[in-house]
Write a new protein. Structure first.
Ligand code: SER
Length: 314
């Protein structure tokens, strides 16, 4: 089978690294990077690029017609913090973008669709520790509501139309290649930049705010492992719990101080992102992913810190 892979939202924090990895595996011409902005990273000259807005149906349809994708990765979204600044736009983009893709995937017989959910789909009444796959989910951000609704739509399209759609609930993703996209977990990236530049950082989350986090290398590998698994191994068609590690701003500062001894961490109070973070799980039970497709993370906090500081210094 000749593969043709669309990555929509290719310039974002995940897309930038996913496109590069998929091109290594499948070849440069096979992976079509799609975004509303011209890419400014190394995916720019390395393979095909299309301007695609996931809400513009005609352009989207033409892109499917032109490439007849065998796989589609839909990464275009407004995240938790930016979503709260424009709730209606977040709902429109996150929800109608997904429905547009699911419908076109059926029309053009795309074999596999990938769509990310998030720990943001959980809420204040979800268990905080080792949050199970199935539990109360009462998200309180538009982003989280759209992720929970999207999970239901994914399962619906699988059951009703047999569409092979796969999904992961990402924790906070830490990376250095592309800037993060306006999430509540972004502090865990900014802190590394400021530690190197200024020797100090002011966190918008409090010292004891523990959140599930993952290094991008693990996230990309896990995503591709899920997509490569035989369909009969995928027992969850809403979205898989997916865990790397968990830490607080204070844990992270302690780890950074092993490399930058004088690093100073300060706290800024009353940031609206604190309420979002406080409603999310502290750790995630991902045993189903481990069982179904042998998921296993490789980066703990020590390794993440070493790799982030090493790469950012260069
Ligand atoms: N990292 C995301 C956010 O903070 C969670 O999916 O919005």
């Amino acid at each position: 089978m000749k593969e043709s892979i669309l990555v929509i939202g290719s310039n974002g924090q995940i897309g930038t690294e996913l496109v590069t990895e998929l091109r290594k595996i499948y070849g440069e011409d096979v992976v079509i990077a799609c975004d509303i902005r011209r890419p400014d990273y190394d995916i720019k000259n390395a393979g095909p690029f299309e301007f695609v807005n996931v809400l513009e149906k005609e352009i989207l349809n033409n892109t499917f017609k032109k490439y007849k994708p065998t796989q589609v990765y839909l990464l275009a979204a407004l995240l938790s913090a930016t979503g709260e600044q424009n709730p209606k736009l977040a709902w429109d983009l996150n929800m109608n973008g997904l429905l547009n893709i699911l419908d076109l995937a059926i029309e053009y017989q795309t074999y596999k669709v990938y769509w990310p959910s998030s720990i943001a789909a959980f809420g204040v009444n979800s268990p905080k520790l080792n949050t199970p796959q199935y539990c109360i989910m009462d998200p309180n951000t538009v982003y989280g509501i759209s992720k929970l609704a999207g999970e239901r739509w994914c399962e619906y399209y699988f059951q009703k139309y047999g569409l092979d759609v796969r999904s992961i609930r990402y924790p906070g993703l830490i990376s250095w290649k592309a800037a993060p996209g306006g999430g509540t977990t972004d502090y865990a990236i900014h802190i590394f930049h400021d530690a190197l530049k200024k020797g100090s950082y002011t966190s918008f989350l409090s010292a004891e705010t523990k959140l599930p986090m993952m290094y991008m290398d693990d996230a990309i590998r896990g995503t591709i492992e899920l997509m490569d698994s035989p369909a009969d191994r995928i027992s969850i068609r809403s979205s898989y719990n997916f865990a790397g590690t968990s830490f607080t701003p204070e844990d992270l500062a302690t780890e950074i101080r092993k490399h930058i001894p004088g690093f100073e961490l300060k706290y800024q109070e009353n940031d609206p992102r604190q309420a979002i973070a406080s409603s999310w799980p502290q750790s995630i039970d991902d045993k189903q992913a481990r069982q179904d497709w042998n998921w296993k993370p490789e980066f703990n906090l020590t390794k993440i810190t070493e790799d982030m500081l090493g790469n950012l210094k260069r």
